[in-house]
Design a protein around this ligand. Structure first.
Ligand code: FE2
Length: 336
């Protein structure tokens, strides 16, 4: 006799992360080769099983919103403060309440309401063609200087990396200055915004752009493994970590928070604390050529060779919340 309701129940059980003790349900928009060892090491050292749900950050935010109080999410992990800021604004996170996190992570890399913490950082840098650009821009503000007209490549304004960068300029200089900057940058573009960060770097190699804005790891990883259209031209490209004499280089984060309705709060906290151990920090940072957030852990050699820099110490929370204003400003100046 067929019992379809039983198979349906079984299917639901298999598709739904467990609520039992001894488990932690991680909703993550990061997926790198090193993640398997990252999760396995946690399971082996604590006996807590990790159930992973990986998807685009916006999809996970929608899922957590629709699941509400019945949600299975314990930990939410994302790249870019702007995205975890969106989850926080949607009321999907709760306080971390961890002395370990407070002690290990610099205050400017944690949300002021204790709802999330950085687990690694990434710098938004300026790249240039060494042969044709004698005086490369030294600041984000320089990128709006008419002397660079027709030379710059960067991706679309709706990309969260650009929204966070403009969000940081809004936080430092106010909306009017941010609007003037966005307009100046738009006027200096070599082509309509298109592609990802790697495509902006490829534009330097192909000669379509003389200057590009990109996160540092898109450049660093091309030293380690073959990136078509980029690796062969790496020695043409110079890097500037901007604003060293002023505010410091804009850094963004990979971030983790505890879900508002986490069924396993203690395990969620233990998992995030684990992400800040030296072993986990090495795996996280090396998985995507990012910078560790915990002192004493070194970035990959491909990253170290780019040189050291002073980072902007503006609290990441202050630009994480500026995404909507930044998008409005980009739209107002006609930056696509
Ligand atoms: Fe990225």
């Amino acid at each position: 006799m067929r019992r379809p309701y039983l198979s349906a129940l079984l299917l639901v059980a298999l598709a739904t992360p467990a609520f039992a003790q001894g488990e932690v349900n991680v909703y993550s928009s990061r997926h790198y080769d090193t993640d398997d060892s990252l999760y396995k090491t946690f399971e082996e050292s604590t006996g807590i099983k990790v159930n992973r749900i990986e998807d685009d950050a916006n999809v996970l935010i929608e899922r957590m919103t629709s699941e509400g109080e019945l949600g299975a999410a314990d930990v939410f992990i994302t790249v870019d403060a702007g995205r975890i800021g969106r989850a926080d604004l949607a009321g999907l996170l709760q306080p971390l309440n961890s002395d370990i996190i407070d002690e290990k992570v610099a205050p400017e890399l944690r949300s002021p309401d204790d709802h999330w913490t950085a687990i690694s950082t990434r710098a938004r840098a300026i790249f240039y063609d060494k042969a044709s650009v004698e005086n490369p821009p030294q600041t984000y503000q320089d990128l709006a200087d008419p002397k660079y007209e027709g030379m710059i490549c960067t991706r679309s304004s709706s990309n969260v990396y650009n929204l966070s960068l403009l969000g940081s300029i809004i936080a430092h200089d106010g909306e009017d200055a941010a609007r003037a900057w966005a307009e100046g940058l738009k006027n200096n573009l070599a082509r309509d915004p298109q592609g990802g960060d790697t495509d902006q770097l490829r534009g330097i190699v192909s000669g379509e752009c003389q200057i590009a804005i990109a996160n540092h790891y898109y450049f660093a990883r091309a030293f380690r493994s073959e990136v078509s259209g980029l690796t062969e031209g790496l020695d043409k490209i110079g890097v500037v970590f901007p604003n060293q004499e002023t505010t410091g280089t804009h850094v963004n984060i990979s971030a983790a928070g505890i879900a508002k309705y986490a069924p396993n709060v203690d395990n969620a906290r233990a998992f995030i604390e684990y992400l800040l151990t030296p072993t986990a920090q090495e795996l996280i940072a090396n998985g995507n050529d990012e910078f560790p957030v915990v002192e004493g852990v070194e970035p990959a050699p491909e990253v170290t060779q780019l040189g050291s820099f002073r980072r902007d110490e503006l609290n990441v929370g202050s630009f994480a919340m500026n995404g909507d204003v930044a998008q409005r400003i980009f739209n107002e100046v006609g930056y696509r």
